[in-house]
Design a protein around this ligand. Structure first.
Ligand code: 5RP
Length: 271
């Protein structure tokens, strides 16, 4: 692997642990103003110090993120679809590699829709992006999207999607945690990070998700809603970080989360 590519990956996957906490805030590219991302900068800025990388679109970066106070960027470069449209899989590359270089990004990301109507288009998009990334030394993240069909998130489907992404040259893959997740990990030759998905019932459920994924070999999280839709986003990202980088147990991470919650609420001072 070329020096530039290795160096960029080391900005994302922290050399000390080999893992990463990516903060995902790219949802607006097809979902519009998602709850708590109405003003991306207001929500994301307090979390930036605790993230290893930000996954975001070029529009959100330029309007909402201070270039003097950023973290490595994983730039979402696919889109062209919307939640109101006919088929979410109808995505293409939206952003030129030159603009990615201009933004000094550490990786570029796009979704692939295996088994969907526009599978072919999205897989060729990935191949094209890998060709461009190779030329400039920029790693490519493939996101194994399922669109509205969340029930697709099983080990058989996710293993198929991750493996195809890796075979087409993706340098790392984002997928979902699922039952028999080890099958996904064991059949994917490049690092896997997990999305959090829609907000889970409790914050502890999200800690458990991260813990189980890391325990089975995920190299980190690329988590959004379960962090910034939590009532306690900063405590949440700190607790996730302890799991990802320090292999904290769910109990220890929950304790840290509760301690940090107290600091936010100043409610535990008399205890
Ligand atoms: C949207 C994405 C998101 O980055 C991804 O889903 C992670 O966010 P969340 O944890 O909220 O699911 O790729 O297409």
């Amino acid at each position: 692997m070329d020096w530039g590519m290795k160096n960029r990956l080391a900005h994302i996957f922290q050399p000390a642990s080999g893992n990463t906490v990516m903060l995902a805030a790219d949802h607006g590219y097809f979902l519009g103003a998602v709850s708590r991302l109405e003003h991306v900068g207001d929500t994301i800025t307090p979390l930036i110090p605790y993230a290893d990388a930000l996954m975001i679109t070029r529009g959100a970066i330029r309007t909402s993120i201070d270039p003097l106070n950023a973290k490595p960027i994983v730039l979402r470069v696919s889109g062209g679809n919307s939640i109101a449209g006919e088929d979410l899989s109808n995505e293409k590359i939206t952003t030129s590699i030159k603009d990615a270089v201009r933004l000094n990004v550490s990786a570029i990301a796009l979704s692939i829709y295996v088994g969907a109507k526009y599978e072919h288009q999205t897989l060729l998009g990935l191949s094209e992006l890998v060709n461009q990334g190779q030329e400039y030394g920029i790693p490519v993240l493939a996101v194994t999207a399922v669109g509205k069909e969340l029930e697709k998130r099983d080990a058989r489907f996710l293993s198929l999607s991750c493996r195809i992404a890796a075979e087409l040259g993706a340098h790392f893959v984002k997928t979902y945690y699922c039952e028999n997740f080890e099958k996904v990990i064991n059949t994917c030759p490049v690092p896997v990070v997990i999305a959090g998905g829609p907000k889970l019932k409790t914050d502890v459920d999200a800690l458990k998700l991260a813990h189980d994924a890391i325990g089975l070999g995920a190299k980190g999280v690329d988590m959004g809603r379960n962090i910034w839709q939590s009532k306690y986003p900063v405590p949440m990202i700190k607790a996730i970080k302890s799991i990802v980088h320090e292999k904290a147990s769910v109990k220890d991470a929950e304790e840290l989360f509760n301690e940090e919650k107290c600091k936010v609420d100043k409610a535990c001072e008399s205890n």
